[in-house]
Ligand binder design. Structure first.
Ligand code: IMP
Length: 430
């Protein structure tokens, strides 16, 4: 039996969806524990592409239970749209395959409106959020003003809570952000209908997972975003509003840390970031363009072009430490196929000083200049390699150097978007 947490070891978009999809074969339960529909997983199965924002990608596997833990913020409209889309494609035949915890906080229309208007008002100080209302929903959760799924499905409780909170939201929207106020009646009508449909998926995720643990089943915890976007350990304030590091899985799903066996961090063979915020290895030249084009680096959620750069070992080591990673998965290695030279940042220079640890002070970080080591590229196609032996010597060397620098073993290597374009070095569930 193994309970495994998968997290992004960079700024998100590391290819977690594909890895979760592969590991789902070994898991009985796949659980999301934080974030919301700011995430986006693109899954390629055969010739069919499915993009999911909220529902764990394990849903494409019949018989695997997918759970949305209490730490997630849920936009009911998006969630129900994903359900309809999946059913249309022939997935989710059995509704008991999907469970949502009653304590998830609901993303309300005023959360989205505030997120978008606040970003607009912030001008060049904006965070570059996905505009999905994530931050404002978590603010209300911590501020004890939130509406949870258990509230939504109870019409009188929902109406009472909305009545309490909406005047404050409308005041802020109108008077500070210059937006139109929202109608209480319209929200009640729309959201009560969502609550009615959502009842079918309501469950106690913590309790269900504990029963599974007792039965010796495997659990896969699917992290969203990446470690450098963590509200505590990321490049604050340019972060998301949840605990994206592995520790967040415990409060976010109601499973204590004593039940976790492995923590796997996903990193690309290079780096990307969407939204604003420091990114020391960012490339602004033709190489950056090339990586974006070859790696198809455009957001699955917003379609925004991603910023691209070389692999940053300081950022990766930060992720190894803050997550307690026991293993790494290296993705998109094929994107570097035809490069003569690959650069890797192994230190920063800051005002004449060499730094070997990722600075926690944002003011320092934004002034850091990357110090690179150069690695010879393999300059051939590795997209059909299925074993390490089939990899060119230089590709193998690149992998081994990353393991050495990060002080963490690579257990899986992805050499293309399809499921079969994967080299498994060790089965972490074994
Ligand atoms: P929010 O999560 O929408 O509040 O956005 C906060 C920051 O996190 C922005 O820089 C977003 O671009 C970034 N972000 C949020 N979700 C993702 C993701 O799934 N991948 C990459 N970046 C993300």
């Amino acid at each position: 039996m193994a309970n495994v947490i998968i997290v992004g070891a960079q700024w998100g978009d590391e290819g977690k969806g594909k890895v979760v999809d592969i590991y789902t074969e070994f898991a009985d339960n796949v659980v999301r524990f934080q974030g919301g529909n700011n995430a986006g997983h693109t899954l390629v199965v055969g010739n069919e592409t499915t993009v999911l924002h909220l529902i764990p990608s394990g849903i494409l596997h019949e018989g695997k239970r997918c759970l949305i833990g209490n730490g997630v913020v849920l936009d009911p409209k998006i969630f129900l749209k994903e359900i309809d889309g999946l059913k249309k494609k022939g997935y989710l035949k059995d509704d008991s395959q999907l469970v949502v915890d009653g304590n998830v906080h609901i993303i309300m229309p005023y959360h989205r409106a505030i997120d978008i208007a606040r970003e607009h008002k912030s001008g060049d100080k904006k965070i570059g959020t996905t505009g999905r209302g994530i931050g404002p929903t978590y603010e209300d959760k911590v501020g004890r003003r939130g509406i949870r799924l258990v509230d939504l499905i109870n019409p009188s409780v929902f109406a009472r809570k909305l009545k309490e909170v909406l005047p404050e939201k409308n005041f802020f929207l109108e008077k500070y952000l210059g937006q139109e106020p929202l109608s209480e009646q319209e929200i009640i009508e729309e959201y009560t209908a969502y609550g009615e449909r959502l009842k079918l998926y309501l469950g106690n995720v913590s309790s269900l997972l504990h029963t599974s643990i007792k039965q010796g089943q495997n659990i896969l915890f699917e992290g969203a975003q990446g470690s450098l976007l963590d509200v505590d350990h990321g490049t604050y304030p340019y972060v998301t509003s949840s605990s994206t590091v592995a520790g967040g899985a415990s409060p976010g799903a109601g499973v204590g840390p004593t039940h976790i066996d492995e923590v796997v961090g996903i990193t690309k063979a290079y780096a990307t970031r969407v939204g604003e915020g420091p990114f020391p290895t960012e490339l602004f030249d033709e190489m950056g363009e090339k990586i974006r084009a070859v790696g198809r680096e455009f957001g699955a959620t917003t379609g925004r072009p991603r910023r691209t750069g070389w692999l940053d070992i300081l950022a990766l080591k930060e992720a190894v430490r803050t997550n307690g990673l026991t293993a790494l998965v290296l993705t998109k290695m094929d994107v570097l196929n035809d490069l003569e030279i690959i650069k890797v940042c192994t230190a920063y220079s800051h005002k004449g000083e060499m730094l070997e640890e990722f600075p926690r002070d944002f003011e320092v970080l934004k002034e850091c200049k990357p110090v690179y080591e150069e690695v010879e590229g393999w300059q051939q196609d590795i997209n059909s390699a299925t074993t390490l032996e089939e990899l060119p010597a230089q590709a193998l060397k690149y992998l081994e150097m990353i393991e050495k620098w990060a002080e963490c073993p690579v257990v899986l290597l992805s050499v293309g978007p399809r499921r079969d374009q994967t080299i498994q070095l060790k089965n972490i569930f074994a």
